[in-house]
Write a protein that binds this ligand. Structure first.
Ligand code: ARG
Length: 435
């Protein structure tokens, strides 16, 4: 164990091994995902200190270079963040001190606390992950839209209550999921902008007696604004994480529904979809099986995200200011983003790869499914719709099957099978892709 960053002379040894394991065990491992952001923020902090004359230019340059050296050593595996440190923040100071000596290494923490250090690293992490989320949602929607253009005309049965309802099309199904992921991309981008504020320079939650260049430091880190109030910089911890998981959860919930559809459509009973071999597994005992395990685990990914939100929310019943409980908001956040993005990353390729079975889709459109179109046709001729509904309903067995393709073309209400309005969706998608 390295010396605690907070160890003072005349003090005893501090926590023993079991207590240390409890305080920092998983945390220090999770910090491996944050340390890169901590390094960037530490460099900006050091430059900010030079700007207001707390460090001279040469000191700042050596500290920034030292931090670059640590980043490279971590990358090469020459330095490892492990439980010999309390957290990544202590490790950085220890490594800098080792490399640059205590006179210089000991200056990096001037005017900051681990409290604003972790908060800024987490905001940078969330911005990065939300950008990745938005990009994956854009990719997913692009594949769905492209297929909607190419195969949109294919008739398939539409269901409500999982009962046959009206003739529908592959295009309506594809574009419906595309629009969901366009919304999800936008939600990720909006959430990113909402949390795009720098808490760095608020120290332990009370500010410091130095004229810190907070705005310049925030700008150097690419933040759009400051978290102005130091108390709120701490009180916002967990609240911000919850919204980030909200954006992630919107996408994984739609992924769950899409995966549900695919798992249903691949059954022999439906037989609308075939998944290529690369997306299927077998059974250890039943030689006949071909299982859509990937799709099922994609569906399950939302469980991890939803569970993480509940866990995080449960930690947040806290008074104002920093409490160590806030450390417990980190595991659910990191775990959920890891699982959620890993699942979403598979989606564009899967959606490009599955194959429709147009014959089975067409065969599942039974004549009575044209009853609604017929009733609306009669209403268009002037009959009150309720009368038309009753008349068609009284002779359902005689409703003739129409040409499904023609019926879909006639469904011209904007957004419907005959007027999918893919251009409107593409325009939103383009706008988001350019952001
Ligand atoms: N691992 C800690 C956290 O996530 C870092 C901040 C520690 N601050 C402190 N005052 N003990 O909250």
């Amino acid at each position: 164990m390295s010396d605690f960053i907070w160890k003072k002379s005349g003090q005893g040894d501090g926590p023993g091994e079991a207590v240390m394991q409890f305080l920092a065990g998983e945390d220090v491992v999770l910090d491996r995902q944050l340390i890169g952001f901590d390094i960037r923020a530490s460099q900006a902090h050091v430059n900010g200190l030079a700007q207001v004359g707390i460090l001279d230019e040469d000191e700042a340059r050596q500290l920034v270079d030292g931090l670059d050296g640590i980043a490279a050593a971590l990358q090469a595996g020459d330095l490892v963040l492990d439980e010999t440190f309390e957290d990544c923040h202590s490790a950085l100071e220890a490594w800098l001190t080792e490399r640059l000596g205590p006179l210089l290494g000991g200056k990096v923490h001037t005017g900051r606390s681990r409290n604003d250090q972790v908060a800024v690293a987490l905001r940078l992490y969330m911005k990065d992950r939300l950008d990745a989320l938005s990009a994956l949602c854009v990719d997913t929607a692009s594949v769905l839209l492209a297929r909607a253009r190419d195969e949109g005309h294919l008739p398939m049965p539409g269901y409500t209550h999982l009962q046959r309802a009206m003739p529908s099309s592959a295009g309506l199904w594809l574009a419906g999921h595309a629009e969901a992921f366009i919304d999800n991309a936008q939600l990720a981008a909006l959430t990113r902008d909402w949390l795009d504020a720098s808490p760095l320079g608020t120290a332990s939650g009370f500010g410091v007696n130095l004229p810190l260049a907070r705005d310049a430091v925030a700008e150097a880190l690419g933040f759009g604004r400051l978290v102005v109030n130091p108390q709120y910089a701490q009180n916002a911890r967990g609240k911000v994480e919850l919204q980030a998981l909200g954006a992630l959860g919107a996408a994984t919930a739609d992924l769950r529904r899409l995966a549900w559809d695919l798992s249903l459509f691949t059954t022999s009973e439906f037989d609308f979809v075939r998944l290529p071999d690369g997306w299927c597994t077998g059974s250890s005992i039943m030689p006949n099986k071909r299982n859509p395990d990937v799709v099922e685990l994609l569906r399950a990914a939302h469980g991890t995200v939803a569970g993480a939100r509940t866990e995080l929310e449960s930690v947040l019943g806290l008074p104002s200011g920093y409490q160590r409980d806030l450390q417990a908001t980190k595991p659910p956040l990191l775990r959920a983003f890891e699982a959620g993005l890993q699942a979403l990353a598979l989606l564009p390729e899967l959606l490009a790869a599955f194959e429709w079975n147009p014959d089975a889709m067409q065969a599942a459109i039974s004549p009575e499914m044209f009853a609604t179109d017929l009733s609306v046709d009669m209403a268009r001729e002037g009959m009150p719709f309720r009368d038309a509904y009753r008349e068609v309903g009284s002779r359902l067995g005689q409703v003739k099957a129409e040409d499904a393709v023609q019926s879909l073309e006639n469904r011209v209400s904007p957004g419907a099978c005959g007027a999918l309005e893919l251009d409107r969706l593409a325009a939103r998608l383009d706008h988001l892709a350019k952001k």
